[in-house]
Design a protein around this ligand. Sequence first.
Ligand SMILES: [Zn+2]
Ligand SMILES: [Zn+2]
Length: 289
Amino acid sequence: MRRWIACVFLLGGCASPVLPRLMRQGDAYELHQLGSRSYAFIVRSGKTDEIGSNSGFIVSGRGVVVIDTQISKEAEEMMLREIRAITSLPVTHVIDTHWHDDHVLGNGAHGMDVRILAHRDSLERMKEEASATRLPDVPVTEDTSLFDGEDRVDILAIGRAHSVGDVAVYDPVDRVMFFGDAYVRGYVGYLGEAFLREWIAGLDRALRYDIRVAVPGHGRLGGVEFAREYREYLRDFLVTAREHFRAGGAPETYVLPEKYKRYGARFFLKDNVQRAFELWKAGGLDSTD
Ligand SMILES: [Zn+2]
Ligand SMILES: [Zn+2]
């Protein structure tokens, strides 16, 4: 009896497997099953050069929706092989969460029968940079959905946040949010192009969804609490940078709060603080917060 109670209360029932679970480990990536139809393709530690960023896919009843396409066509092919091993359904859509190379350079691995969506402003940046192996063909400017009924996949048009045009993808069946780089776990993140106020507001909107698994653009999978922690980090960075500049401090003398010392990728800090300084000068850090 006690064991049965433990099953029900700790595992959500013994009949279904505990998810997410690690399905397979490649040399450079891990494939995790997140629910009945959502999967995450996670970069293994130290393999960022080969894969680039975390991505994933949703096997809906009417086709597979891919979220981000790695750093190269070769890396995207690795994920496509995993998709083919899971389902015979074709990939119908790719969603680029934003324009940065480590998330979109595998676009060219998809045939022209696959629709590629991205925020309109990220699409414009991809045209300017001319680095895309294939440009998106469907610009997104507002929240929208692919398919309907039990096949539905939601797209959140976050807009200015980590980049000039971010989108996040939500699976309402498995309650999974694919954040792109609007949320990274355990890193200071690249804030050199950030719109901090809008980013925090965008995350607040995304965090109102019922989220069981939060897939970060970089870093380990986890529950929604880790995405909330990143939102607090962004707010703390905004507030402490603003106070520092208000008091006459230079970007070079800003020090990140002690509690974030454990965050990695600190080589981004210089760019991040410089960006905060530019935003502050333009009034872009003002808020009542
Ligand atoms: Zn990025
Ligand atoms: Zn990234």
